[in-house]
Design a protein. Structure first.
Length: 362
């Protein structure tokens, strides 16, 4: 998917207004708690006054009048201030969070919670907003994926339909050329479906890996024999190298071959005549590093973060229909399934470098 194929998700984020039911849910416990404290305090004062009058000389002193009137009023004011502060500090954040949860449950993923709350509530708000942001991003990716699949399927289906209708209507003759063109489109559809299945299984962590122990140099030799003729036909010099010919790697041989084959194929398509493609494997105590560098046109800086996205292509017009646009996305998921990482570095006019890091034990 090219970043310009779909506009960015621009729905403005908003803070949910506190729902009055949620506010009442948290207000009444605070009101009952502090009201109970006030009642007990006033009852205690009444008991003290009763015993003071009963056990004393029966006279009601001015100091006692002040104690009876001023202290309860001051205590009530202080209790009201503390209760209001406590509610704002604890009750209102929970009200906003519950209101936001209700909005998310109704499908509004643009809702956010203010993060200025202190301590634990501030952390809770930040983590809630991060969770909703990830849900929003996943939802947008799902929408983009649906649109991309529809776009990729539309062209071959239209070509197949047009060829078959033309043959049935007598516009085209059922020549081998027309039949082969139709067969090519069906094969393109089959590759697209297979790639989507592989990508879905890999992203879900359900793609089985058949790990074996093999020499990394053997993998390099197989890649050389597979692509050297194709590279030579385009006038490209393909070289492979490893620092340790006896280094063994415990991984899924076919899947790694698939990843590196995809990277080499991409480099061949984007490297001009007279260019070079260098594939090097280096084994260290920390793992295995595989780098592929080509002297092709490079990838623009704005496009580089999207190279591993589904259906991303350097060809913005998508006139190239040889590949499905899922190769790099599948490559990344296969490397992640091995517990490794893959990164791309590129500058326009200076070529592209892909770096794969695999752990020593998979």
């Amino acid at each position: 998917m090219h970043p310009h194929d779909h506009p960015p998700f621009s729905r403005p984020h908003h803070f949910p207004p506190p729902h009055w039911k949620e506010g009442r849910r948290f207000f009444w416990p605070f009101a009952i708690f502090f009201g109970g404290i006030t009642f007990l305090f006033l009852a205690a004062i009444g008991i003290i006054i009763y015993f003071a009058v009963t056990l004393g000389d029966g006279r009601f002193h001015a100091s006692m009048l002040f104690f009876v009137c001023a202290v309860p009023i001051a205590f009530f004011i202080i209790t009201a201030i503390i209760g209001s502060f406590t509610f704002r500090r604890f009750g209102r954040p929970m009200t906003n969070i519950f209101s936001a949860i209700d909005s998310v449950s109704e499908g509004d993923l643009s809702v956010r919670v203010p993060e200025h709350y202190p301590r634990q509530f501030g952390q809770l708000a930040k983590r809630f907003n991060h969770m909703v942001s990830e849900l929003e991003r996943a939802d947008q990716q799902r929408r983009n994926l649906t649109a991309d699949i529809a776009h990729e399927l539309r062209t071959p289906l239209h070509i197949i339909q047009g060829n078959l209708e033309g043959i049935l209507d007598g516009v085209y003759q059922a020549t081998p050329d027309h039949i082969n063109n139709t067969l090519d489109e069906t094969q393109l559809l089959a590759r697209l479906v297979n790639d989507l299945q592989t990508l879905s299984l890999a992203e879900a962590g359900q793609l089985p890996l058949h790990t074996t122990r093999f020499l990394l140099a053997d993998l390099m030799d197989d890649l050389t024999s597979s692509f050297s003729s194709q590279a030579a036909s385009f006038g490209i010099n393909l070289t492979t190298d490893t620092n340790d010919p006896n280094h063994e790697l415990n991984a899924d041989y076919d899947r790694l071959n698939q990843v590196l084959s995809n990277l080499i194929s991409n480099s061949i398509r984007h490297t001009p005549q007279g260019g070079t493609i260098a594939l090097r494997a280096e084994s260290t105590s920390n793992g295995t590093f595989i780098t592929l560098h080509d002297t092709g046109a490079g990838i623009p800086k704005d496009d580089l973060p999207f190279v591993f996205d589904r259906f991303w292509r350097g060809d913005k017009s998508r006139t190239e229909r040889v590949n499905s646009g899922l190769g790099l996305a599948i490559a990344k998921q296969l490397i992640l399934a091995h517990g490794g990482t893959i990164e791309a570095q590129s500058e326009p006019g200076a070529g592209t470098t892909f770096t794969i890091e695999l752990p020593e034990k998979i």
